[in-house]
Design a protein around this ligand. Structure first.
Ligand code: F0G
Length: 451
């Protein structure tokens, strides 16, 4: 049961199937081109889409908009310090700003950034800093159906090989939970071992802590030796293993905008601060308003409440159960922030060149007004000059991301019903063909059509 009740509501649009069919056509079959007014249930992202609490809204009223040294900054900084223990805390407007500033200060040209899995913007910021991003997910992650509890882990042998090899590793960054890897958690044992390897080789060990509380909850539930700890204690133990962290606070601070870059090293923090001031804003606001800083401080305390995390995890598990009952496979075991549907398995009549993940995402909209994102060959595949898919993605997935405190159980039952209807006649779902696509970040801009 959710440990809160609803105080403010927002109507959601319900269109007819004919209207949705036309909207999808006009959007060039790209869910990113749809407008909010056309969407019934929006599962595109859990980022910045959460519902504020009354306590956050009342804290916003205390927002101090003083240019330098605002009271709100100190409340924000204290909340981050209590949570993480890092001495140097820089506010940024969102997670990717922290990534850009950190990699710019840390990576020499040609350096490697090694991760369990880099999130897209993290990878892009490594490349913009003239580094190379290397993902080393653990072997268990390859089996989408196994119930291994920590499929978000890094492959420790591969990491050791990389750190002892000839290439220069500038940073190791662990994404908790592993968003690019099916939303799977990372165990404390894996974090500790990776941290020790980094220490032995003198390489900075950084957390991408966007979903630090959800990772902590799954550690409490799944990892021997941690069940009697609070999520806040587990999160702190994870931060204690690291030299610093970047965080998008649009996830586990339950706010619409914000992030932080937190570090132990004074000199590195000073270099980052100079870039922060030049590009984000003064060190006591970093691209955020005082009201944002206040809401973050409250959100960081609310998100580690066991009753909140228990209800959120139960919501995702419930949706997973309904979807699996309807005969649709997901990446197992269910994580917390999202479910990843195995579109390749559901739409067996399609080949990767028909972009089954994208086809399913389009169908979920047309059938039920549900918006979500493909994570398959449209996103990761490679075509030759004539547009023929020559390197498909390893899996054809669709991510259903679940905003925090937003949708009720009946909304999720509706989502499962729509998925179930599609699963009754999967062969009626047409494949998709790319009509136009830019080279960079094409999934945001491309247009496709049914085949
Ligand atoms: N790291 C992770 C693990 C993320 O999931 C995201 C964003 C970022 C960094 C970047 O943070 O958006 O605040 O700049 N993920 C969103 C998503 C966009 O939908 O998964 P940001």
């Amino acid at each position: 049961m959710e440990p809160y009740r609803i105080k403010v509501v927002e109507p959601i649009p319900v269109l007819t199937r004919a209207e949705r069919t036309e909207a999808m056509r006009a959007a060039g079959y790209n869910p990113f081109n749809l407008n909010a007014d056309q969407i019934t249930i929006d599962l595109l992202s859990d980022s910045g889409t959460g519902a504020l609490s009354a306590a956050q809204q009342s804290a916003a009223a205390l927002g101090d908009e003083t240019y330098a040294g605002a009271r709100s900054y100190y409340r924000f900084r204290d909340a981050v310090t209590v949570l993480t223990g890092f001495d140097h805390v820089l506010p940024v407007h969102q997670g990717r700003a922290a990534e850009r500033i950190l990699f710019g200060a840390l990576l020499q040209p040609g350096a490697l950034s090694v991760s369990n899995t880099h999130f897209d913007t993290t990878r892009a910021n490594v490349h913009l800093s003239c580094g190379t991003a290397v993902d080393l997910p653990c072997a268990e992650a390859k089996d989408l159906d196994s119930d291994d509890p920590f499929k978000g882990n890094i492959d420790l042998d591969a990491l050791e090989g990389m750190l002892s090899g000839p290439d220069y590793v500038g940073v190791v960054i662990m994404t908790i939970t592993n968003n690019g890897g099916g939303g799977q958690p990372v165990s404390m044992a894996n974090l500790r071992a990776a941290s020790e390897l980094c220490r032995a080789h003198g390489v900075p060990f950084i957390l991408d802590a966007a979903r630090f509380a959800e990772n902590a909850w799954l550690v409490v539930q799944r990892e021997p030796g941690w069940s009697d700890k609070t999520p806040a204690e587990v999160a702190r133990a994870a931060f204690d293993l690291a030299d610093g962290a970047v965080a998008s606070l649009k996830k586990d601070a339950i706010v619409h905008m914000g992030g932080f870059l937190a570090l132990r090293d004074k000199d590195l923090a000073a270099r980052c601060e100079a870039v922060l001031i030049a590009t984000e804003g003064f060190r006591t606001y970093g691209g955020l308003a005082g009201r944002d800083l206040e809401m973050i401080a409250v959100g960081l305390r609310e998100v580690v409440e066991p009753s909140y995390l228990r209800a959120r995890a139960a919501q995702t598990e419930y949706l997973a159960e309904l979807i699996e009952k309807a005969g649709v496979s997901i990446v197992r075991p269910p994580g917390i922030h999202a479910l990843y549907l195995n579109a390749g398995r559901l739409l067996r009549h399609l080949t990767p060149a028909d972009y089954p993940g994208h086809a399913l995402a389009c169908e979920l909209y047309v059938a039920g007004g549900i918006r979500c994102a493909e994570l398959g060959s449209l996103y990761l595949g490679v075509e030759d000059e004539s547009g023929v898919l020559v390197k498909p993605a390893p899996y054809e997935l669709v991510r259903l991301a679940i905003p925090r405190r937003v949708y009720t159980q009946s909304h999720l039952e509706y989502v499962a019903e729509v998925v179930g209807e599609i699963a009754k006649d999967p062969e009626s779902v047409p494949g998709q063909r790319i009509v136009s696509a830019p080279d960079l970040l094409r999934h945001f801009h491309c247009r496709t059509e049914p085949v």
